[in-house]
Design a protein around this ligand. Structure first.
Ligand code: GLA
Length: 661
């Protein structure tokens, strides 16, 4: 038996072989028509057939030596039935334990992303201890010389792109932090010969992604989140979704596949141009100070004013307050409602920062409910940024978080919520805590969308520690990193766009020199950079000169004019932040926007002979004509020679808008 699932332009074919499903082929539509590139010949020596076959989801009994997806005490199950009425659901069962598992497949409609997950049902009489319950394995028919691409980092250096060749053996990334983490994005791709296959795990707790390269050169990418699971008789379990994507246009083409996928769950709305006061005032929040900033922001053309951390009682620094979500009357002497009204009277939307899963020991909440945090009796509690993590998996904590948010959103006319998460989980005695926490997080976020559909939600976790497909499907924008230093940010955004769509990429123009970068780039450079996704301003704009404010007004107006192209267009990343050529092209209908940055030296430019930098554009019609800044170009010229850009010492970034004639 064989099944071919078809996406927008790609297909995925699996075949039943005895007791498991095998991958037959994965690539462009039609690729199944021929012998499988994964079929092997020769004798299986000193291994088992399951170790060398491209098994889709292997139990530890079926694939004992080279890595299993379901670790359940030497489990071997057999095929029961398949239902292909909607995607594919293939069910397997084990008579000895009574465990049943359904391997589920479905192409997200209109995309080249295949979603895979597993549903377990325990029909047996005795509780089962499962060492690991992976979501899926993807056997990639690896081209010679293939490389693995991934995104690594730490706080302030998220989404750093890296590639590695693995001739043989295992490459593994993951998080044990109870959150997606800064260290690695749950993203892995195998690229070679112009093709790229990618896997992302839609999960916001701890996770693992690995790639095993076997003796015959197949790369098997495994994705999973659930470890040490106890399944009681009658129990069921559904794994997070592992999403697989293919592109015949390399790693950049793969990025476009992910963008299309994320747009499916995006709400159709303008992401507002925001002002965020964090870098300008940090914890020193006062009504007067915020209103003064809001005045300037409104004048610049900002649409929503977001008050960051520091607005609630006990929050004069990061040692107190979390958990007590009441506006500080000392900071808002006329009342918080009057303050919000005053912001809105300036024609601005109003946004608020919250960190609902956290508590400071110095808070009323902690005094009342010390038992609500993750901890192990008799062990010291680890404090990070002076705070503890609430066990959101508990029903009472879930009620508290929901009630807090509903209270704030119904009491004040809030249009925008920035949801932060500033520490990972440490102590937890229960391995199932992760799944419970994440499930309730999703319930809260889904509930917010349902009950307060007008509120735009920004996801943040000390920068980009909770950026994954599952969070991306539940928020409107994501904050990729606290680092807004221009050259660092360029790298971060380049990496972010490899896995995530531009409508999710929040970016601020901040002051120069800033916190992270003592080498200032021009205001234009910083604006073009922040225009690459969802524009925001995070600078102390009160201190900006009249000239800077005028320039900012121009940029914000220009951004609004092309916002739909940038947030909804097809993205082509040109060059890289580490090369002399670095740009991003966005094309939507007849409009193309190119954002370009001079990543090299500025000194002396224009004083010695030089040539224009050429940015080869992609995806344009060769025979069509395009106009930009008074010049006309053929599509062929723009692709083969490139769009010319000239840098000077005072001109280090560009936004170029091309219209197809
Ligand atoms: C985190 C966020 C920042 C800011 C601070 C406030 O670090 O990433 O943007 O909101 O918290 O404490």
């Amino acid at each position: 038996m064989r099944w071919t699932l078809t996406g927008a332009t790609t297909e995925y074919t699996v075949a039943l072989r005895d007791e498991w499903l095998e991958l037959h082929s994965w690539g462009p539509v039609g690729v199944h028509d021929g012998p499988s590139p994964l079929a092997f010949h020769g004798k299986v020596q000193y291994l088992t057939p399951g170790d060398v076959a491209p098994v889709e989801y292997a139990t530890d009994g079926q694939r004992p030596f080279l890595g299993a997806d379901l670790v359940a005490g030497n489990l071997r199950w057999g095929f029961v039935a398949a239902d292909d009425s909607d995607g594919l659901r293939a069910t397997f069962a084990d008579a000895l334990t009574g465990l049943r598992g359904t391997q589920c497949y479905r192409f997200a409609p209109g995309t080249d992303v295949i979603e895979r997950w597993v549903e377990l049902h325990h029909d047996g009489p005795d509780a089962l201890e499962l060492g690991a319950v992976g979501s899926a394995a993807f056997c990639v028919p690896t081209p010679a010389g293939a490389r693995l691409g991934y995104l690594h980092g730490q706080w302030s250096q998220e989404f750093t792109w890296a590639e590695v060749a693995v001739p043989r053996g295992r490459f593994e990334i993951g998080s044990t932090q109870g959150v997606t983490g800064h260290q690695f994005a749950p993203y892995l791709c195998v690229a070679g010969g112009g093709d790229a296959w990618g896997v992302q795990l839609a999960w916001s707790g701890s996770w693992q992604l690995s790639a095993d390269v076997d003796a015959v050169g197949t790369t098997r990418v495994r994705a999973g989140a659930l470890r040490d699971v106890r399944l009681a008789p009658g129990g069921t379990l559904t794994t997070p979704i592992a999403a697989g994507a293919y592109s015949g246009d390399g790693v950049d083409g793969l990025a476009r596949v992910w963008h299309t996928y994320e747009r499916r769950s995006a709400r159709d709305r303008h992401r507002p141009v925001i002002y965020n006061s964090w870098e300008a005032t940090t914890f020193d929040v006062t009504a007067a100070g915020q209103l003064a900033l809001a005045d300037v922001a409104a004048d610049l053309g900002v649409e929503t004013f977001v008050v960051d951390d520091g607005w609630f009682v006990g929050r004069d620094d990061d040692r107190g307050g979390l958990g007590d979500w009441t506006p500080d009357p000392a900071k808002f002497p006329d009342g918080f409602g009057a303050f919000v009204d005053a912001v809105k009277a300036k024609g601005l939307g109003f946004g608020l920062w919250v960190e609902p899963e956290m508590v400071n020991p110095a808070s009323e909440l902690y005094a009342r409910h010390p038992d609500w945090v993750y901890r192990i009796a008799g062990r010291p509690q680890t404090s990070i940024r002076n705070q503890y993590l609430l066990d959101l998996g508990r029903a009472d904590v879930f009620e508290f978080v929901t009630g807090t948010l509903e209270g704030l959103l119904s009491r004040y006319p809030i249009d925008y919520l920035k949801w932060d998460f500033n520490r990972p989980r440490t102590e937890s005695a229960d391995p199932a805590a992760d799944a419970r926490h994440v499930a309730n997080l999703y319930r809260v976020l889904d509930g917010l969308r349902e009950r307060f559909p007008h509120v735009t939600v920004e996801g943040c976790a000390a920068g980009g520690a909770r950026v994954d497909l599952a969070t991306a499907a539940r928020v409107d924008v994501l904050w990729p990193s606290d680092n807004t230093a221009p050259m660092d940010r360029l790298r971060i955004q380049h990496g972010f766009l490899a896995a995530h769509a531009p409508h999710l990429m929040s970016s601020w123009v901040t002051d120069a020199p800033g916190l992270f970068d003592a080498r200032p780039r021009s205001l234009d450079f910083r604006f073009v950079l922040a225009c690459a996704g969802v524009l925001g301003i995070g600078a102390d704009v009160e201190r900006w000169s009249a000239a800077s404010r005028d320039r900012a007004k121009e940029w914000i107006a220009r951004y609004k004019d092309v916002r739909d192209v940038i947030t909804g267009g097809t993205v082509y990343r040109i060059g890289s932040p580490d090369s002399a050529r670095c740009a991003v092209q966005y094309t939507l209908g007849a409009r193309t926007v190119v954002l370009a940055w001079n990543t090299g030296t500025l000194d002396g430019l224009g004083h010695v002979p030089g040539r224009d930098v050429r940015l080869p554009l992609r995806g344009l019609a060769g025979g069509a004509r395009y106009r930009a800044r008074g010049a006309e170009f053929s599509g062929t010229h723009l692709a083969a020679v490139g769009l010319p850009v000239r840098w000077t010492a005072s001109h280090d970034a560009e936004m170029i808008v091309l219209e197809e004639l």
